[in-house]
Ligand binder design. Structure first.
Ligand code: HEC
Length: 182
């Protein structure tokens, strides 16, 4: 009889512990630290960040490793200033046209065409008509500014290309322009 009580008690206890389990919502956490990290989670929203933004922005004036400061802003005046006086840090021996061509084909040719003449399947359908580089008043500085900030309907490619790659592609655009004018 005593044993029967014990069996009954154990059965009730097991029942009590398991019957409330619902797989649709989290159950008891016996060691919550294992589930909920003390550190902040990526893309979490936290009060400590201004405006509950997902993470802190880099301090003003921060320059990414391997990049140098770019003193021109996204204004028309600075576009004109870049056109007039911004020069490439690469000399002619440092320009690698094969590498630049590869980058150009990935990021630019879809809209500007492999030759830079603007003839693409987009222009045929009147969707994107950037016009040929030979029709544009551009310099290495303005091309760099355009890659950095974009221009009118063209977006920025600063995130896709490193500083050195931007100068390589800019040199390649100059070459395409010269070839078109031959
Ligand atoms: C999604 C389409 C698209 C892509 C991709 C694109 N462009 Fe453009 N680009 C345009 C359009 C459209 C214009 C014309 C903008 C305007 O002046 O209204 C333009 C204009 C330009 C100009 C002339 C700007 C000026 O000073 O008048 C240059 C130079 C240029 N692009 C270079 C590039 C380079 C280099 C890349 C690749 C890194 C690139 N573009 C990628 C659409 C594109």
């Amino acid at each position: 009889m005593k044993n029967l009580y014990k069996i009954l008690l154990v059965t009730i206890l097991i029942g009590a512990f398991t019957s409330c389990q619902k797989d649709s919502r989290p159950n008891y956490q016996y060691m919550p630290n294992m589930y909920e990290p003390v550190s902040y989670e990526t893309y979490g929203e936290y009060e400590v960040f201004p405006g509950k933004q997902e993470a802190m922005l880099p301090a003003e004036g921060t320059i990414a490793r391997g990049e140098s400061a770019f003193d021109y802003t996204d204004s028309e005046a600075d576009y004109q200033a870049a056109k007039a006086s911004l020069k490439s840090p690469l000399d002619s021996t440092q320009v690698d046209y094969d590498k630049a061509k590869g980058l150009y084909s990935i990021y630019c040719a879809i809209c500007h065409g492999n030759k830079g003449d603007g003839n693409t399947s987009f222009s045929e359908r009147d969707l994107i008509i950037p016009g040929g580089y030979d029709t544009k008043d551009i310099t290495i500085g303005s091309i760099y500014h355009t890659i950095y900030y974009g221009r009118n309907t063209m977006g920025s490619y600063a995130n896709q290309l490193s500083e050195e790659e931007r100068w390589q592609v800019a040199a390649y655009v100059e070459k395409l322009k010269a070839d078109l004018q031959k």
